[in-house]
Design a protein around this ligand. Sequence first.
Ligand code: R2B
Ligand code: URA
Length: 317
Amino acid sequence: MAPILADNNKPKLPEMDDYVKNGRVHVENPHLDLMSEDILYHFDLGTKTHNLPSMFGDVKFVCVGGSPNRMKAFALFIHKELGLEGDGNDTTDICAGTDRYSMYKAGPVLSISHGMGIPSISIMLHELIKLLHHAKCRGVTIIRIGTSGGIGIEPGTVVITDIAVDAFFRAQFEQVILDKVVVRNTELHQELAEDLLRCSKRIPGFSTIVGHTMCTYDFYEGQGRLDGALCSFSKEDKLEYLNKAYIAGVRNIEMESSVFAAMCHLCGLKAAVVCVTLLDRLEGDQINQSHDVLKEYQARPQQLIAMFIKKQLNLCT
Ligand code: R2B
Ligand code: URA
């Protein structure tokens, strides 16, 4: 069995406090400084081919979400909400040279897709964090907006994550590095979560709560679904597991929050996860709401984040 190392409690490097104080992103990789060029391969961007400080130096908010279309829609929405010049229709995909991820910029807001699951978001985050570092960005807040399955709550509820937990309800993420398992902390920024909850009170039409989010490696067996191609457990087993999760404080399930929380925490980024629930998993497994209902649900985290960003930029009281 691979040795298990915990780096969640390791003392912060002296420079870490500086990074947090001056708002810079903390990139903890001594090899980067030795490279004459850094190619951000999955973004089709690089330090020699692009002027990253001039393209991204003013970024203050990064919003990430699974689907390229949703993140384009978010960029157009935020363009309008911030009252930026033009109608936003000329907004282009900065990563058009690759079909791995899509990236849009609207003033100080960067909107990026990350695909589905831990490996996909993890690759995107490595390159995004290096991009923010190369661009010398300061005071960046990063928010994942997404969809999830709820546990014991009304479909359409928005959940702000306080802690991301694994399938055993542990607040940790296990990263395999060489032949070792490194255990990382998955706490999110509590003050940011509270600010977001306060903002949500000003938005009528849906409810927002704070709770634990369970992050899994799979949508079907990994989330206790009975409707995958494979299933070796009973409906009773499933409900017993989901009820245990509820008792442990889990209110929704998705597939990226743990590595997102762990990486942002280590790199000194103020981070939040805000996901709408598409169904109540105690009631079923299939997502059978109409297209219009799902579209309206998916707009909810976007509305909340737009309100938060406007408040941070003093564009509303
Ligand atoms: C939520 O929805 C996706 C699965 O449908 C996954 O990316 C997630 O976290
Ligand atoms: N996304 C998930 O990961 N699970 C759900 O049940 C719904 C959306």
